[in-house]
Each structure stands twice: as C-alpha cells, then as structure tokens.
Design a protein around this ligand. Structure first.
Ligand code: PMP
Length: 290
C-alpha cells in the first residue's frame, strides 16, 4: 500500500507530495498545524484538536480552507487509505501561495497539507526507566498558545536535548519558571505531594493531552494546582512527567543532573498514564461503535 498525503485537494503519493515555493508557510512560517494521535485506528480527541486548530487559525486570521465536516471526512479517508492503526496525523494550514511580501496577500487560498505517520506507543522498556530532560532558556515569542508552524526555538531546543543525551528540553522563562517542553507539556508531583502543571496563558500551548488528563485528574478527585513551578522545585519534586499526543503520559526520572525522587518513575505518574490510556481506549471504542 503506497503511503499517501493529502495536498490542496488531492491524495498524492507521499514521495511526490509538494507545495509551491511561494507558499507562505515556506516563506514566512505563516501557518498553523495540528498533530492528532491515531490509536487503534481511531483519532484521539479529534474534536478538541479541531477546536484548537480553529482557534489558531482565527488568532492569525487565516480562513478555513473547507468546512470542518469536510476536513473530518478527509482525515478519516487518509487514515483508511494509509491503513494507519497507531501513529499520528499531521495537518498544516498556511495563508497560501502569493508573491513574497510580508503583509497579508489581497487574495490567497488557505493551503492544506495532511500526512500520516506510523508510530507505536512508547515501549514498556522506556516507560519502566523514564526519560531525562534538560533545562534551557525559553527564547520563544509571547504567543506560544497559538500552534504556529514557526518552531525554530523548539527545533534548537530539541536538538540540544538530543546532543545532551536527553529526551526533551524544558524551557524556562525569564523569572526562572518552567514553561513547557519543546513539544510536550510539563508536570511535577511536588515535594509536598501536590500535582502541579502550569496554567494556560500565552506562555504555553494548551496541550490536548494535558486537557484530557486534567479532566481525568478532576474526575478522580486528585488534588491539583495549576500554577508555575521553578526548576529548583522540579528538581526537588517527588515525580515529574510530560504529556503530548505522541508520548501520552511519560515519566521523567532525571532533570539536568538531578534524579527525580527515587530516580524511578513515580506511582502517581504510572497511575495517570494508565488512566489516560484506558480513557482513550474506552472513548475510542465507544466512537468506533457509534
Ligand atoms: N507544547 C508544545 C510546544 C507542543 O508542540 C506540543 C505538541 N503539540 C505540546 C505542548 C503537547 O500538546 P498535545 O498534547 O496537544 O500534543
């Protein structure tokens, strides 16, 4: 089965998929994206992802290229045609193609590219050990709530993490507080046993995994504080973990050179991961039967 991509109205072989050199995404990073996990053949949290896409588009005044319903059909069709069971759907919308000029073009059509990627959930071996993060200054702009395709600081940060032998880099604001990872949200269980994650404002992306997990945490009656935390607080924490569409809930066992807690994945982290996986398994099964 050849891998297909969807590009501006057509399903095309992935290897030949291309956009125009004057696409404003290529010229200016003038666009937004979404990454939606596919678990057991079904899109996870599709509606919240489309809501966030809608918000990103409207913040940048980029028009939807089609109705939401039509987009849903294309997503389903691409997953079907690519026989995707576990992995990710990547969708990107830009302000379209126009002669290079910073200001918005008088007329352009929103460009849409959708690709899929196979990816198995994180292995049990990695989950048993946890991963490490480094901390780096957050050098991004002040609208990190918009899922913009302008990702240079995130790219540099992730590369720095990889070169340091770490899985992720936690970005730290000018006041010494952790904002988020380069492609993940950051959580700790403080030395006092409190579950903590940064509140949503313009400094972080409101992760869909973060939001779903927050709902589960509230349902389970687990005490939670949505507030900022410093690197020092994180290093003294009992547990730490990250969340994202591709990692779900992933234990962190080292921050820079400090082991977190016992140096092994924490009990609450494990419980939350189980909760999350069972949530997506049940929610998706219900959806498949609907
Ligand atoms: N923060 C950033 C900067 C990200 O790129 C991502 C991944 N999209 C996340 C957080 C996690 O968001 P989600 O749970 O929606 O994947």
């Amino acid at each position: 089965m050849p891998r297909l991509a969807y590009v501006n109205g057509r399903y095309v072989p992935h290897a030949q998929a291309a956009v125009h050199i004057e696409d404003r995404g290529y010229q200016f990073a003038d666009g937004v994206y979404e990454v939606v996990p596919v678990y057991r053949g079904i899109l996870v949290d599709e509606e919240p992802h489309l809501d966030r896409l809608d918000r990103s588009l409207s913040e940048l005044r980029i028009a939807w290229p089609m109705s939401r319903e039509a987009l849903r059909l294309i997503l389903g069709e691409l997953i079907r045609r690519n026989g995707l069971t576990n992995g990710l759907v990547y969708l990107q919308m830009t302000r379209g193609t126009a002669p290079r000029d910073h200001k918005f073009p008088a007329a352009s059509e929103t460009a849409l590219v959708i690709t899929t990627k196979r990816q198995n959930p994180i292995s049990e071996a990695v989950l048993a050990e946890g991963v490490s993060v480094i901390t780096i200054p957050d050098i991004r702009w002040r609208r990190c709530d918009i899922k913009s395709i302008s990702l240079l600081p995130n790219v540099l940060g992730k590369q720095q993490a990889v070169e340091a032998g770490a899985y992720e880099a936690w970005q730290v604001d000018d006041d010494g507080y952790v904002t988020e990872g380069t492609s993940t949200n950051a959580w700790i269980v403080s030395a006092e046993g409190q579950l903590v994650t940064r509140g949503v404002e313009h400094a972080i992306l409101n992760g869909i995994t973060r939001r779903s997990l927050l709902d589960l945490v509230r349902e389970a009656g687990i005490a939670l504080e949505e507030r900022r935390f410093t690197v020092a607080e994180a290093k003294a924490a009992r547990e730490a973990f990250l969340t994202s569409s591709s990692s779900f809930v992933l234990p962190i066992t080292r921050i820079d050179d400090s082991p977190v807690g016992s140096g092994k994945p924490g009990a609450l982290t494990k419980r939350l991961r189980e909760h999350y996986v069972s949530h997506i398994t049940h929610a998706e099964r219900k959806k498949a039967l609907a």
